[in-house]
Ligand binder design. Structure first.
Ligand code: UGA
Length: 433
């Protein structure tokens, strides 16, 4: 099948590479000329597990090509996938549909006379498909919703092992083509508006689950219960499920925060009371400030005793593990709060330093190696759940730190082991005196 994908970000590029590896002819289109030039040279500017290897393979086989022109890139397309960004609007919480509208207008201008499907993979508010259909205004083009459920950092794994494929269309012709594309995989076909809403409802539900477990963690900290035992017990109920019950510093990224805000906006527009999602958004915003305050109080108490500048080492800046993405990263927000105080902040992340630098500029010191970052630190704080942090040599880190305070705010490390080494150690969802 000839597939054109518009938008080469964290969704568009892995999707293109994935379909190309299944034998389809893919043209990835982006209006960012530099980006397309770099991709043509084989340079990828996002980190995704296994992406580089598969990218090299499919470009060598000429299954994946690039273009910055929609006109050129969609010429032979049987299927056009819209995967452009839908960030939050500048002066509101609505999803900004500028890129969606611009791309749709260009597609409408350059569609050929053959039958084409335009699939919206970008996360868009319910009823956006109707608007795009009006822009396209062609009998030989079906506008369908094909929401994306890939997780950043695991995009290719999720592409090849999807939990579900949801497609919103009433067109039998389009259904046939999509069935062929997914070759025997189970597809849930719905009407277009429902498919659009499934995406938001899923992200908001998962965000709610995380916020819920974070609130239970707060209660554990007050009462002396242990969040990990509580989460384990909760998760054993198959109706609840054991995923997304890791308490931490709040959810972030380019999806949950913006999608919960946009869903609330949609509910407001349609006069539907949405107090749950509203509370989740507010509670999650508050959480990052509270975690920062907890750190500030601790750091200030050392300062009071020792009367010197406090050195704080941060491990992890990406919004979660396995990605270099720092958009709405809770770790970055916590660091920004710490910067209002008079502390020396030193940071390390396995993949996200370049992106973090764009936000934090020269206000912190960046390190290539975790041990260098922890050297002479008074406090070491884990803010992203990288697997790499589990296997560091903490005995060595203990030796080179000044004050031996370890705040494991992603509940990653073995508490007994850390205490045995000698750290003053704390995690989330447990009471410490
Ligand atoms: C999320 C969804 O999981 C994907 O299904 C969806 O396709 C994607 O948004 C999207 O809309 O494009 P993603 O943003 O990549 O994926 O990240 P998640 O793995 O869902 O994590 C989101 C945030 O929640 C991270 O900050 C993570 O650290 C946090 N989290 C996650 C927790 O604090 N606890 C958990 O138990 C799980």
């Amino acid at each position: 099948m000839n597939i054109s994908i518009i938008g080469t970000g964290y969704v568009g590029l892995p999707t293109g590479v994935g379909f190309a590896s299944l034998g389809h002819n893919i043209c990835c289109i982006d209006k960012d000329l530099d980006k397309i030039d770099r991709l043509k040279k084989g340079e990828i500017d996002i980190y995704e597990e296994n992406l580089e290897e598969l990218f090299c393979k499919v470009t060598e086989e000429q299954k994946l090509t690039f273009s910055y022109s929609i006109k050129e890139g969609i010429q032979n397309a049987d299927l056009i996938i819209l995967a452009v960004g839908t960030p939050t609007e500048q002066n509101s919480d609505k999803a900004d549909l500028t890129y969606i509208k611009e791309a749709s207008k260009e597609i409408a201008e350059h569609l050929s006379d053959r039958y084409t499907i335009l699939a919206i993979k970008s996360t868009v508010p319910v009823c956006t498909g109707d608007m795009i259909e009006e822009i396209i205004d062609r009998k030989n083009c079906d506008v369908i919703s094909m929401p994306e459920f890939l997780r950043e950092g695991f995009a290719l794994y999720d592409f090849f092992n999807p939990d579900r494929i949801v497609v919103g269309t009433n067109s039998e012709k389009a259904k046939k083509v999509i069935q062929q594309l997914y070759d025997g995989k189970n597809i849930l076909f719905t009407d277009r508006r429902s498919a659009e809403l499934i995406k938001y409802a899923s992200n908001a539900f998962l965000a709610t689950k995380i916020h819920y477990i974070n609130e239970i963690a707060d209660l554990c900290e007050k009462t002396g219960a242990n969040i990990e035992n509580v989460a384990k017990g909760l998760g054993l109920d198959s109706r609840i499920g054991n995923k997304f019950l890791n308490a931490g510093i709040g959810f972030g990224g380019s999806c949950f925060p913006k999608d919960t805000r946009a869903l609330l906006q949609t509910a407001n527009e349609f006069n539907v009371e949405f107090s749950l999602v509203k509370n989740v958004i507010e509670g999650n915003n508050k959480r990052k400030k509270e975690i920062a305050q907890k750190i500030i109080q601790k750091a200030k108490s050392i300062k009071k005793q020792e009367n010197k500048s406090i050195r704080i080492a941060i491990f992890g800046l990406a919004f979660k593990n396995n990605t270099d993405d720092c958009r709405e990263s809770p770790a970055i927000e916590i660091v920004q709060n710490l910067l209002n105080e008079d502390f020396i902040i030193e940071v390390y992340d396995p993949k996200a330093i370049d992106n973090a630098q764009k936000i934090l500029k020269n206000k912190v010191t960046y390190y290539k190696y975790p041990e260098m970052c922890a050297f002479r630190a008074d406090m070491l704080i884990l803010l992203t759940e990288w697997e790499e942090f589990k296997i560091l040599d903490y005995e060595k880190i203990y030796e080179i730190m000044n004050n031996k305070i370890l705040l494991d705010y992603r509940n990653l490390l073995d508490e007994e082991k850390m205490k045995k080494i000698g750290f003053e150690y704390e995690r989330i969802g447990k009471k410490y005196d």
